[in-house]
Ligand binder design. Structure first.
Ligand SMILES: Cc1cc2nc3c(=O)[nH]c(=O)nc-3n(C[C@H](O)[C@H](O)[C@H](O)COP(=O)(O)OP(=O)(O)OC[C@H]3O[C@@H](n4cnc5c(N)ncnc54)[C@H](O)[C@@H]3O)c2cc1C
Length: 432
């Protein structure tokens, strides 16, 4: 018998952990994990990679290093489709038959078919996105530093983040720190009034799902720092050097797209029900309707009739995965499956250095204490002592030394960097 888990994120790794433990000593069951990245990415620290606070490698843990006595096989491969009727997973480098399957491929950031998003906005979901974003920001500063026209300079240093959820809010707060604490003091051609940070949110409020008092506290803090927040503002087009929203064309140097979570496109063909975001619908047992051998977990799925259990956050992904794995073990033992019982127990949102808003077990607090709590929780949750140490050292060093802002790519080869410069500064024939 073979159990296959698809996706090496929080959900996939948790499913493997529970299955591995439950199957210890069983030689008749083979456990395989398939993922296109060979590491687990700790997403809560992505904003700090974008702002050069934390080194990229310090927030990832290679799958092969996560456990010592590995009772599962890992295959780095890309899933192209799943043949539910034939019990097969079709991948870039072959096909894998399964007896039980856990789908934990995560989600994607939806573009809502808005023109220009794919071409002109930077994504913000994977480690490479954060590294590319960081390089672009620094590159913008390098060019703006010797730009004599103040209007062009301000346009180049206008960063627009689309999406006022916690990912967009945490990112823009980090960017404010980067500009304020590093770029303005170190780039002699850039003054405090030369950069502009803009957060656009289509809904009526930022940080939906966070307690209104804390959301308001966060909003006030961002305003005080000069970050422009526009709620009820729907983006209708992203252009080379502008964002169109509510009929207005806003000139920008860089657009970052952080507008929610939608179902994984690889699963679009799977013959199963979906919610309005395109996520696969599971029963409260985490089984796909009509496919009792197939389980879903994490951002890739929504649980039918359980909105609280369908929020795309790490604790929900872990709860799904734990239950999916336990139900597979129950099934193998001939016992009936359990059902999901999950509701988020809190929310932690960082607002940059020394500030955060926290709601945990009914307790709400903000400011420095909340920031310390945020740091402690995330350090504790980071997988692996080595990574915990590395991030703690990064945080410590950031208090004493300037951030390391060396650009790692060759900027001349990047179309978006070329967009950021005024046309006269572009080389003839440069990519547009
Ligand atoms: C910037 C950012 C910050 C966040 N901060 C927080 C936070 O502070 N707290 C919180 O609770 N949540 C946070 N989240 C949400 C959290 O990261 C997700 O809810 C969580 O990662 C979901 O886990 P998952 O395993 O379902 O998906 P993922 O973690 O996305 O894992 C999916 C896995 O599947 C693999 N995969 C994808 N496609 C394929 C394919 N075709 N073939 C093979 N493998 C594939 C991927 O490489 C990945 O390993 C954040 C998300 C982002 C983007």
């Amino acid at each position: 018998m073979r159990i296959v888990v698809l996706g090496g994120g929080f959900a996939g790794m948790e499913a493997v952990r529970v299955l591995e433990r439950g199957l210890r000593g069983r030689t008749d069951v083979e456990l395989q994990l398939v993922s296109d990245r060979n590491y687990l990415l700790f997403t809560p620290l992505l904003p700090q990679v974008a702002s050069s606070m934390v080194e990229p490698r310090h927030i990832i843990q290679p799958v092969r290093d996560i456990r010592g006595a590995r009772g599962f096989r890992f295959r780095r491969d890309t899933v192209h489709s799943i043949d539910l009727a034939g019990h097969r997973v079709l991948m870039a480098e072959g096909t894998l038959r399964y007896d039980r399957l856990v789908i934990a491929l995560g989600g994607v950031t939806p573009t809502f078919n808005i023109p220009g998003v794919t071409e002109h906005a930077l994504g913000y979901k994977w480690l490479d996105d954060a590294v590319v974003l960081r390089d672009h920001l620094i590159d913008l500063a390098e060019h703006a530093d010797h730009e004599p026209d103040p209007d062009v300079r301000r346009r180049m240093l206008t960063v627009c983040v689309v999406g006022g959820g916690y990912t967009g809010v945490e990112l823009i707060a980090e960017l404010e720190d980067l500009f304020d604490a590093y770029i303005v003091p170190r780039y002699r051609g850039i003054g405090p009034g030369d950069y502009r940070l803009l957060l656009l949110e289509a809904g009526g409020e930022i940080l939906r799902g966070v307690h209104p008092t804390l959301a308001e506290r966060a909003r006030r803090k961002l305003w005080r720092e000069g970050i422009e927040i526009r709620t009820g503002t729907r983006v209708t087009r992203v252009l080379e050097r502008a964002v169109e929203a509510e009929g207005e064309l806003i000139p920008v140097g860089l657009t970052v797209w952080a507008a929610g979570v939608a179902g994984h496109p690889t699963l679009a063909h799977v013959d199963a029900e979906r919610d309005r975001l395109g996520r696969l619908l599971t029963l409260p047992t985490m089984q796909l309707k009509g496919h009792p051998d197939v389980y879903g977990a994490g951002d890739a799925v929504a649980v039918e009739g359980k909105p609280d259990a369908s929020i795309p956050i790490i604790p929900a992904a872990l709860a799904h995965a734990q239950l999916a794995a336990e139900n597979i073990l129950r099934d193998l033992a001939g016992r009936p499956p359990g059902t999901i019982d999950f509701a988020p127990r809190g929310m932690l949102v960082s607002l940059g250095e020394r500030d955060a808003v926290v709601e945990v077990l009914g307790l709400r607090f903000s400011g420095y204490a909340a920031w310390l709590f945020w740091n402690a929780v995330h350090l504790w949750k980071l997988v692996g002592f080595r990574k915990q140490l590395q991030v703690a050292v990064d945080w410590g060093l950031a208090q004493v030394f300037p951030r390391d802002t060396a650009i790692m790519r060759r900027p001349s080869r990047c179309a978006i960097c070329a967009h950021a410069r005024p046309p006269a500064a572009r080389k003839p024939g440069a990519a547009a």
